[in-house]
Design a protein around this ligand. Sequence first.
Ligand code: FPP
Length: 224
Amino acid sequence: MNPLNHVAIIMDGNGRWGVKHKNSRNAGHKAGLTTVEKIIKETIKNKIRYLTLYAFSTENWKRPKNEINYLFNLLENFLTTKIVSLNKQNIKLKIIGEKNFSKKLNKLLRHAEKKTINNKKMQINLALNYGSKFELINAFKKMTKSKKKINEKNLVSFLQTKNIPDPDLLIRTGNTKRLSNFLLWQLAYSEIFFEKKLWPDFTEEDYNKIIKKFKNIKRNFGNI
Ligand code: FPP
């Protein structure tokens, strides 16, 4: 059975769910947050050490202002109401991506990271204003400037995910099969599961079924 140390998730399908059920994309994001909370709990139950959630990409700025504002309000709410409980559960929160939001949100994010920095039980990485190509270009720039040898180990040390093992498993909900500029380097050997359900419909049972399948895959990392 494969050990499962790190799950990454592209939580796709909120907009479609919201339009279908409530005639509002934002309602889909609200429902998506409920799934986030369920999946965090299930990840803890499964004793998985790292969970990385793609919450906002560098390309998501193209969306209408009202949707962007709604998403950031949800996030502010999440941070304000949940950080004490995450901290009590010994969970560390890390943001990957550039923190260039409103002053209030930047402050909340920094505060949440600082408060939980020494927690050891589990780590949630929230990818926010994250783009893998941007991350890689920055890492190459830093590596060149440092005059260090150009090799895999040094490049990894300049990624925003430094000190985080690569995901073993990537799940994308929403019935689309693409990576959308997410962890392009880090996913090199991850097992990928594309799930038809939209993110708000994704349940603990769906998650556990994928975990079970993952554990039984023969992972050979290029070997035989
Ligand atoms: C993709 O679905 C989802 C997002 C861009 C946002 C994800 C946000 C949440 C799940 C809620 C907030 C989360 C946190 C952690 C506070 P989409 O809108 O692209 O769906 P579509 O493909 O149906 O349009």
